[in-house]
Design a protein around this ligand. Structure first.
Ligand code: SF4
Ligand code: SF4
Length: 332
Protein backbone atom coordinates (compact mmCIF):
# COMPACT_ATOMS: atom_id res chain seq x y z
CA UNK A 1 0.00 0.00 0.00
CA UNK A 2 1.27 3.48 -0.87
CA UNK A 3 1.53 5.65 2.24
CA UNK A 4 2.63 9.23 2.84
CA UNK A 5 5.81 8.13 4.62
CA UNK A 6 6.73 5.69 1.86
CA UNK A 7 6.72 8.56 -0.66
CA UNK A 8 8.60 11.24 1.25
CA UNK A 9 12.13 11.61 2.56
CA UNK A 10 12.70 13.08 6.03
CA UNK A 11 12.68 16.76 5.04
CA UNK A 12 9.54 16.50 2.88
CA UNK A 13 7.88 14.45 5.57
CA UNK A 14 8.59 17.22 8.09
CA UNK A 15 7.02 19.76 5.71
CA UNK A 16 4.02 17.47 5.33
CA UNK A 17 3.70 17.10 9.12
CA UNK A 18 3.80 20.85 9.64
CA UNK A 19 0.87 21.52 7.35
CA UNK A 20 -1.16 18.45 8.20
CA UNK A 21 -1.55 19.82 11.72
CA UNK A 22 -3.37 22.85 10.32
CA UNK A 23 -7.07 22.48 10.22
CA UNK A 24 -8.08 25.48 8.15
CA UNK A 25 -11.79 26.29 8.06
CA UNK A 26 -12.33 29.42 6.05
CA UNK A 27 -15.33 31.46 5.05
CA UNK A 28 -15.63 34.65 3.04
CA UNK A 29 -17.40 37.83 4.09
CA UNK A 30 -18.56 40.79 2.00
CA UNK A 31 -17.71 43.56 4.43
CA UNK A 32 -19.50 46.17 2.36
CA UNK A 33 -21.26 46.71 -0.96
CA UNK A 34 -19.30 49.89 -1.63
CA UNK A 35 -15.99 50.44 -3.31
CA UNK A 36 -13.83 53.45 -4.12
CA UNK A 37 -13.06 51.95 -7.55
CA UNK A 38 -15.14 50.34 -10.26
CA UNK A 39 -12.87 47.93 -12.07
CA UNK A 40 -13.99 46.44 -15.38
CA UNK A 41 -14.18 42.73 -14.69
CA UNK A 42 -14.75 43.02 -10.95
CA UNK A 43 -16.73 39.88 -10.21
CA UNK A 44 -18.62 41.53 -7.36
CA UNK A 45 -20.15 44.38 -9.32
CA UNK A 46 -20.42 42.60 -12.66
CA UNK A 47 -22.65 39.93 -11.12
CA UNK A 48 -24.70 42.48 -9.15
CA UNK A 49 -23.68 40.91 -5.87
CA UNK A 50 -23.57 44.44 -4.44
CA UNK A 51 -27.36 44.49 -4.85
CA UNK A 52 -27.97 41.05 -3.38
CA UNK A 53 -28.44 42.32 0.16
CA UNK A 54 -28.74 45.49 2.22
CA UNK A 55 -25.63 46.14 4.18
CA UNK A 56 -25.86 45.59 7.94
CA UNK A 57 -24.98 48.93 9.56
CA UNK A 58 -25.12 47.98 13.24
CA UNK A 59 -21.66 47.03 14.48
CA UNK A 60 -23.02 45.04 17.42
CA UNK A 61 -24.79 42.78 14.92
CA UNK A 62 -21.52 42.23 13.09
CA UNK A 63 -19.85 41.32 16.38
CA UNK A 64 -22.56 38.84 17.34
CA UNK A 65 -22.45 37.34 13.83
CA UNK A 66 -18.68 36.85 13.99
CA UNK A 67 -19.02 35.15 17.37
CA UNK A 68 -21.53 32.75 15.81
CA UNK A 69 -19.17 32.09 12.91
CA UNK A 70 -16.41 31.29 15.35
CA UNK A 71 -18.70 28.91 17.23
CA UNK A 72 -19.51 27.29 13.87
CA UNK A 73 -15.83 26.40 13.59
CA UNK A 74 -14.51 29.07 11.22
CA UNK A 75 -10.85 29.82 11.95
CA UNK A 76 -10.02 31.99 8.95
CA UNK A 77 -12.11 34.99 7.95
CA UNK A 78 -11.42 36.22 4.44
CA UNK A 79 -12.74 39.76 4.08
CA UNK A 80 -13.66 41.07 0.67
CA UNK A 81 -16.27 43.48 -0.65
CA UNK A 82 -16.54 45.99 -2.10
CA UNK A 83 -13.62 47.59 -0.37
CA UNK A 84 -13.34 46.45 3.27
CA UNK A 85 -11.14 49.36 4.36
CA UNK A 86 -14.11 51.70 3.92
CA UNK A 87 -15.40 50.12 7.15
CA UNK A 88 -12.47 49.57 9.45
CA UNK A 89 -14.76 49.09 12.47
CA UNK A 90 -16.13 45.92 10.83
CA UNK A 91 -12.64 44.77 9.87
CA UNK A 92 -11.57 45.31 13.46
CA UNK A 93 -14.51 43.27 14.76
CA UNK A 94 -13.17 40.29 12.79
CA UNK A 95 -9.53 40.96 13.58
CA UNK A 96 -10.16 41.03 17.33
CA UNK A 97 -12.00 37.70 17.21
CA UNK A 98 -10.31 35.35 14.76
CA UNK A 99 -7.46 34.97 12.25
CA UNK A 100 -8.35 37.43 9.52
CA UNK A 101 -7.20 38.21 6.02
CA UNK A 102 -8.31 41.37 4.27
CA UNK A 103 -8.38 41.90 0.51
CA UNK A 104 -8.01 45.54 -0.46
CA UNK A 105 -7.17 47.74 -3.42
CA UNK A 106 -4.64 49.49 -1.16
CA UNK A 107 -5.89 53.04 -1.73
CA UNK A 108 -6.79 53.51 1.93
CA UNK A 109 -3.93 52.77 4.31
CA UNK A 110 -4.84 50.36 7.10
CA UNK A 111 -3.32 51.90 10.24
CA UNK A 112 -0.78 49.50 11.66
CA UNK A 113 -1.23 50.99 15.15
CA UNK A 114 -4.74 49.54 15.12
CA UNK A 115 -4.07 46.38 13.05
CA UNK A 116 -0.44 45.47 13.77
CA UNK A 117 -0.29 42.12 11.97
CA UNK A 118 -3.44 41.96 9.87
CA UNK A 119 -2.56 40.17 6.61
CA UNK A 120 -3.49 42.29 3.60
CA UNK A 121 -3.70 41.14 -0.01
CA UNK A 122 -3.56 44.14 -2.33
CA UNK A 123 -5.18 43.68 -5.70
CA UNK A 124 -3.09 44.62 -8.71
CA UNK A 125 -4.25 44.17 -12.29
CA UNK A 126 -1.14 44.78 -14.29
CA UNK A 127 1.07 47.70 -15.17
CA UNK A 128 0.08 51.35 -15.17
CA UNK A 129 -1.63 51.12 -18.56
CA UNK A 130 -3.72 48.05 -17.78
CA UNK A 131 -4.62 49.43 -14.37
CA UNK A 132 -5.81 52.69 -15.92
CA UNK A 133 -7.75 50.85 -18.61
CA UNK A 134 -9.39 48.32 -16.32
CA UNK A 135 -9.56 50.16 -12.99
CA UNK A 136 -9.49 53.82 -13.89
CA UNK A 137 -6.21 54.54 -12.11
CA UNK A 138 -2.72 53.29 -11.36
CA UNK A 139 -3.22 51.91 -7.85
CA UNK A 140 0.32 50.57 -7.40
CA UNK A 141 1.84 54.03 -7.05
CA UNK A 142 -0.45 54.64 -4.06
CA UNK A 143 -0.51 51.22 -2.40
CA UNK A 144 3.24 50.65 -2.65
CA UNK A 145 3.84 53.89 -0.75
CA UNK A 146 1.35 52.88 1.93
CA UNK A 147 2.87 49.49 2.56
CA UNK A 148 6.54 49.42 1.45
CA UNK A 149 8.46 46.91 3.57
CA UNK A 150 5.40 45.69 5.46
CA UNK A 151 5.91 41.99 6.34
CA UNK A 152 2.18 41.28 6.45
CA UNK A 153 1.28 42.47 2.99
CA UNK A 154 1.39 40.89 -0.44
CA UNK A 155 0.17 41.85 -3.87
CA UNK A 156 -2.48 39.67 -5.41
CA UNK A 157 -1.44 40.20 -9.00
CA UNK A 158 -4.22 39.35 -11.45
CA UNK A 159 -2.47 38.67 -14.71
CA UNK A 160 -4.24 39.53 -17.96
CA UNK A 161 -3.32 38.24 -21.43
CA UNK A 162 -1.74 41.64 -22.13
CA UNK A 163 0.77 41.05 -19.38
CA UNK A 164 2.54 38.23 -21.19
CA UNK A 165 6.21 39.15 -21.45
CA UNK A 166 5.73 42.05 -19.03
CA UNK A 167 5.31 40.47 -15.62
CA UNK A 168 8.96 40.74 -14.63
CA UNK A 169 8.94 44.53 -14.42
CA UNK A 170 6.00 44.41 -12.04
CA UNK A 171 7.52 41.70 -9.90
CA UNK A 172 10.74 43.68 -9.64
CA UNK A 173 8.84 46.78 -8.55
CA UNK A 174 7.11 44.72 -5.87
CA UNK A 175 10.42 43.25 -4.75
CA UNK A 176 11.96 46.72 -4.65
CA UNK A 177 9.10 47.86 -2.42
CA UNK A 178 10.04 45.03 -0.02
CA UNK A 179 6.79 43.14 -0.56
CA UNK A 180 5.65 39.70 -1.76
CA UNK A 181 3.44 38.77 -4.68
CA UNK A 182 1.03 35.98 -5.49
CA UNK A 183 -0.25 35.56 -9.05
CA UNK A 184 -3.62 34.61 -10.44
CA UNK A 185 -5.35 34.99 -13.80
CA UNK A 186 -8.12 37.37 -14.88
CA UNK A 187 -11.45 35.68 -15.61
CA UNK A 188 -12.69 38.66 -17.69
CA UNK A 189 -16.24 38.54 -16.32
CA UNK A 190 -17.26 41.66 -18.25
CA UNK A 191 -15.81 40.55 -21.58
CA UNK A 192 -13.40 43.44 -22.02
CA UNK A 193 -12.05 43.27 -25.55
CA UNK A 194 -8.59 41.67 -25.74
CA UNK A 195 -8.65 40.28 -22.20
CA UNK A 196 -9.95 36.75 -22.87
CA UNK A 197 -7.38 33.94 -22.63
CA UNK A 198 -6.49 32.02 -25.79
CA UNK A 199 -5.04 28.52 -25.31
CA UNK A 200 -1.60 29.48 -26.60
CA UNK A 201 -1.52 32.45 -24.23
CA UNK A 202 -2.17 30.18 -21.29
CA UNK A 203 0.79 28.05 -22.33
CA UNK A 204 2.98 31.15 -22.54
CA UNK A 205 1.90 32.61 -19.22
CA UNK A 206 2.45 29.30 -17.45
CA UNK A 207 6.04 29.23 -18.54
CA UNK A 208 6.46 32.91 -17.64
CA UNK A 209 5.04 32.33 -14.15
CA UNK A 210 7.42 29.38 -13.68
CA UNK A 211 10.28 31.59 -14.75
CA UNK A 212 9.30 34.35 -12.32
CA UNK A 213 9.17 31.85 -9.47
CA UNK A 214 12.65 30.57 -10.37
CA UNK A 215 14.11 34.05 -10.63
CA UNK A 216 12.40 35.72 -7.68
CA UNK A 217 11.84 32.94 -5.13
CA UNK A 218 11.97 35.37 -2.20
CA UNK A 219 9.29 37.61 -3.68
CA UNK A 220 6.93 35.27 -5.54
CA UNK A 221 4.72 33.08 -3.34
CA UNK A 222 3.66 30.32 -5.67
CA UNK A 223 4.31 26.82 -6.95
CA UNK A 224 4.72 25.37 -10.41
CA UNK A 225 1.97 22.87 -9.83
CA UNK A 226 -0.41 25.75 -9.08
CA UNK A 227 0.66 27.36 -12.36
CA UNK A 228 -0.10 24.12 -14.17
CA UNK A 229 -3.50 23.74 -12.53
CA UNK A 230 -4.63 27.30 -13.08
CA UNK A 231 -3.53 27.52 -16.71
CA UNK A 232 -4.74 24.07 -17.81
CA UNK A 233 -7.76 23.65 -15.51
CA UNK A 234 -6.65 20.04 -15.14
CA UNK A 235 -5.58 18.07 -12.10
CA UNK A 236 -4.59 14.41 -12.32
CA UNK A 237 -6.63 14.07 -15.51
CA UNK A 238 -9.74 15.74 -14.02
CA UNK A 239 -11.22 19.01 -15.28
CA UNK A 240 -11.99 21.98 -13.02
CA UNK A 241 -15.54 23.30 -13.06
CA UNK A 242 -18.88 23.14 -11.29
CA UNK A 243 -18.75 19.40 -10.65
CA UNK A 244 -15.32 19.63 -9.01
CA UNK A 245 -15.31 23.07 -7.42
CA UNK A 246 -14.53 22.94 -3.66
CA UNK A 247 -15.52 26.55 -2.92
CA UNK A 248 -19.30 26.35 -3.18
CA UNK A 249 -21.28 27.63 -0.19
CA UNK A 250 -22.04 24.50 1.79
CA UNK A 251 -25.70 25.05 2.71
CA UNK A 252 -26.46 25.81 -0.97
CA UNK A 253 -24.51 22.84 -2.31
CA UNK A 254 -27.01 20.41 -3.85
CA UNK A 255 -24.50 18.64 -6.10
CA UNK A 256 -24.88 14.91 -6.37
CA UNK A 257 -22.43 13.30 -6.24
CA UNK A 258 -20.87 15.85 -3.96
CA UNK A 259 -17.19 16.42 -4.71
CA UNK A 260 -14.53 16.83 -2.07
CA UNK A 261 -15.05 20.35 -0.81
CA UNK A 262 -14.17 22.96 1.81
CA UNK A 263 -15.89 21.95 5.03
CA UNK A 264 -18.30 24.53 6.38
CA UNK A 265 -17.41 27.09 3.72
CA UNK A 266 -19.91 29.94 3.28
CA UNK A 267 -19.63 33.17 1.37
CA UNK A 268 -21.76 35.68 3.25
CA UNK A 269 -23.26 38.86 1.86
CA UNK A 270 -23.03 42.05 3.90
CA UNK A 271 -26.51 41.70 5.41
CA UNK A 272 -25.04 38.71 7.32
CA UNK A 273 -27.98 36.58 6.21
CA UNK A 274 -27.75 36.13 2.45
CA UNK A 275 -25.33 33.56 1.08
CA UNK A 276 -23.66 33.75 -2.32
CA UNK A 277 -23.20 30.65 -4.46
CA UNK A 278 -19.41 30.45 -4.21
CA UNK A 279 -16.19 32.27 -3.46
CA UNK A 280 -16.44 34.38 -6.58
CA UNK A 281 -18.99 35.68 -9.09
CA UNK A 282 -22.56 34.48 -8.65
CA UNK A 283 -23.06 34.52 -12.42
CA UNK A 284 -19.72 33.32 -13.73
CA UNK A 285 -19.75 30.39 -16.13
CA UNK A 286 -17.68 27.80 -14.25
CA UNK A 287 -16.03 26.65 -17.47
CA UNK A 288 -14.30 30.04 -17.69
CA UNK A 289 -13.44 30.35 -13.99
CA UNK A 290 -9.79 31.08 -13.25
CA UNK A 291 -10.25 31.86 -9.57
CA UNK A 292 -6.89 31.26 -7.91
CA UNK A 293 -8.15 30.36 -4.44
CA UNK A 294 -10.73 27.91 -5.82
CA UNK A 295 -8.04 26.13 -7.85
CA UNK A 296 -5.70 26.05 -4.85
CA UNK A 297 -8.45 24.67 -2.64
CA UNK A 298 -9.27 22.08 -5.32
CA UNK A 299 -5.77 20.70 -4.91
CA UNK A 300 -5.84 20.94 -1.12
CA UNK A 301 -9.08 19.02 -0.58
CA UNK A 302 -7.86 16.24 -2.88
CA UNK A 303 -4.93 15.06 -0.81
CA UNK A 304 -5.76 11.39 -1.12
CA UNK A 305 -5.63 11.51 -4.92
CA UNK A 306 -2.08 12.90 -4.67
CA UNK A 307 -0.82 10.02 -2.51
CA UNK A 308 0.22 8.32 -5.71
CA UNK A 309 3.79 9.23 -6.55
CA UNK A 310 6.45 11.23 -4.72
CA UNK A 311 6.12 14.12 -7.19
CA UNK A 312 2.31 14.21 -6.89
CA UNK A 313 2.48 14.38 -3.12
CA UNK A 314 5.24 17.00 -3.16
CA UNK A 315 3.08 19.06 -5.53
CA UNK A 316 0.22 18.83 -3.07
CA UNK A 317 2.48 19.90 -0.18
CA UNK A 318 3.76 22.90 -2.12
CA UNK A 319 0.28 24.14 -2.92
CA UNK A 320 -0.85 23.67 0.68
CA UNK A 321 2.21 25.54 1.94
CA UNK A 322 1.53 28.37 -0.48
CA UNK A 323 -2.02 28.72 0.81
CA UNK A 324 -0.84 28.52 4.44
CA UNK A 325 1.71 31.29 3.83
CA UNK A 326 -0.81 33.54 2.09
CA UNK A 327 -3.12 33.30 5.09
CA UNK A 328 -0.44 33.50 7.80
CA UNK A 329 -0.68 29.92 9.05
CA UNK A 330 3.05 29.45 8.42
CA UNK A 331 5.74 32.12 7.91
CA UNK A 332 6.94 33.19 4.45
S1 SF4 B 1 -11.25 47.34 -6.12
FE1 SF4 B 1 -11.94 45.23 -5.93
S2 SF4 B 1 -14.07 45.36 -5.16
FE2 SF4 B 1 -13.48 47.38 -5.93
S3 SF4 B 1 -14.27 47.43 -8.01
FE3 SF4 B 1 -12.12 46.79 -8.09
S4 SF4 B 1 -12.17 44.56 -8.05
FE4 SF4 B 1 -14.17 45.28 -7.40
S1 SF4 C 1 -17.51 30.29 -10.66
FE1 SF4 C 1 -15.58 29.28 -10.08
S2 SF4 C 1 -15.55 29.35 -7.86
FE2 SF4 C 1 -17.67 29.70 -8.48
S3 SF4 C 1 -18.67 27.70 -8.47
FE3 SF4 C 1 -17.92 28.07 -10.54
S4 SF4 C 1 -15.90 27.12 -10.58
FE4 SF4 C 1 -16.46 27.40 -8.43
Amino acid sequence: MITVSSLLDASWYERYRRISKLNIRSSIYDVTNQCNLRCKGCFFFSSNEHKAAREEMDLTRWEAFIDREKARGVNLAILIGGEPTLHLDRVEAFYRRMPTFCATNGLIRVPRERFPDLMLGISLWGDENDEKKLRGRDTFSVSSKHYAGDPNVYYLYTITPRQIGRTERIIRRIRDAGLKVHMQLLSNDEGVDGFDWRPEELVDIRSEMDDMLDRYPDTVISSKYYHEIITTGKMLGRTFGWKECPSVTEPLDRRDPRPRRLIGFIRWASDLKTMHRCCTSETRDCTTCKDGAAHMSWVMVNKRAHIRTTRDLQNWIEVYEMFAKLYQFIPW
